[in-house]
Design a protein around this ligand. Structure first.
Ligand code: ZN
Length: 148
């Protein structure tokens, strides 16, 4: 979250803003974007000056697939005050790109969550700021899960 000069408040604020800058909300379906090394193809979500794999310094922004496979997960039972538990922290393989995210919209137990299960990107509001702008977070929910 960056501080902006309140003098710029006249510019129309978006109704919602992504919680992380690699979540794109205003270009079709919500999706993630990654910095892809133009030399070796390694992908990173944070901004880097050099590739951790090959030390090249050129990156392009690429969209990340919304469909993925849950590679590993942890059911988190203890967290900082104010954070509801349990929740599921996972790593999702999205067509070759590893994404750390929570698994949401399912029961947080081993009966409902398994390694290798298909998941897809979903977004949800985290909360509103003083101007009523909604912060949007993301997670992955089981694909094909039907919740009545
Ligand atoms: Zn590289």
């Amino acid at each position: 979250m960056t501080d902006t000069d309140t003098a710029d408040a006249s510019t129309s604020a978006p109704a919602q803003i992504p919680l992380v800058d690699y979540l794109v909300l205003d270009d079709g379906e919500p999706h993630l974007v990654a910095h892809e090394c133009t030399s070796c193809g390694a992908r990173f979500f944070d901004h880097r000056n050099g590739c951790a794999s090959c030390f090249a310094t050129e990156f392009t922004i690429v969209p990340v697939a919304n469909e993925g496979t849950l590679r590993t997960f942890t059911i988190v039972a203890f967290a900082a005050p104010g954070i509801p538990v349990p929740f599921v922290a996972g790593v999702v393989d999205c067509d070759g790109t590893s994404v750390r995210a929570n698994v949401v919209n399912t029961e947080p137990d081993p009966e409902h969550i398994t390694v290798g299960m298909p998941v897809h990107l979903t977004t949800f509001p985290i909360g509103d700021d003083a101007n009523g702008t909604a912060a949007i977070g993301f997670g992955y929910e089981p694909t094909g899960a039907v919740t009545p």
